[in-house]
Write a protein that binds this ligand. Structure first.
Ligand code: C5P
Length: 235
């Protein structure tokens, strides 16, 4: 094909670069909180939704940094991936990007607690009972949204009941621009599954995205994020 024909073809295939020049940080996957040198607590998050969002954002022209907990997914093309393990490491890595970040998406399933003190040697099974004390981890999304000059923020809320009420409460408490809520009482979608469904809320509206594979859902969600972000800049 002639160069002009290749260009015409690509412009017909590639989505409009509505996020060109925009810097986006996305967290994805679970965090791992170490107990002793061989054990940790974590959760079933696969990281698929966060990785799909990174792909979708990059396709719209954004410069994407993906801060990822331990997952088994190949890094998306043209995305900077920073691998972390614990919530504290994820927090530190995120905070290093916030000076230059226009949009922050908290998609990771961050462990709410970590053991107060990691035990230096492997715990031996001597007693019948074992007691560990946990302390709260930093809330990454909350801390980003409460910066003096916060980026545009999107959070996720996985709920088993009262989806709207809990999601809107979370959006307000964490001072977010948007929240994407999903019903995790249905085990066929969401956590560690190929598909998901979301209801997205912002201060003046909401939109339900029906069950779909995570990449097509991520593409729809990034379109809404881009629109809301641009409206926000104008306000
Ligand atoms: O409060 P809750 O954990 O339900 O909030 C979920 C949202 O907050 C998600 O967007 C998640 O990525 C983010 N979060 C976080 N740091 C935490 C806990 C949750 O960024 N420690």
């Amino acid at each position: 094909l002639e160069p002009e024909e290749i260009a015409d073809f690509l412009f017909g295939v590639l989505p409009e670069q509505i996020l060109a020049g925009t810097k986006i940080t996305i967290t994805a996957g679970p965090t791992r909180e170490e107990i002793d040198p061989v054990r940790y607590i974590s959760n079933h998050s696969s990281g698929k939704m966060g990785y799909a969002l990174a792909t979708a954002a990059e396709e719209l022209g954004a410069k994407v940094t993906l801060i990822s907990g331990p997952v088994n997914i190949a890094p998306p093309a043209k995305v900077t991936v920073v691998c972390v393990s614990s919530a504290q490491q994820m927090h530190d890595a995120v905070m290093q990007t916030t000076d230059e970040c226009d949009i922050f998406i908290g998609c990771a399933a961050v462990a709410d607690y970590r053991v107060q003190q990691k035990i230096a040697q492997k715990i031996k099974k001597s007693d019948d009972k074992l007691t560990l004390t946990f302390v709260k981890n930093p809330d990454i999304l909350h801390d980003v949204a409460h910066l003096a000059k916060p980026p545009f923020t999107l959070g996720f809320a996985a709920e088993t009941q009262n989806l709207r009420e809990y999601a809107l409460g979370k959006m307000q408490r964490k001072k977010l621009n948007m929240i994407a809520a999903n019903d995790v009482s249905d085990s066929k979608i969401g956590f560690n599954s190929e598909k998901n469904a979301l209801t997205v809320f912002w201060s003046k509206g909401e939109k339900t995205l029906e069950v779909a594979d995570k990449l097509s859902l991520a593409k729809q969600l990034m379109q809404i994020v881009a629109q809301r972000y641009q409206e926000n800049i104008k306000d």
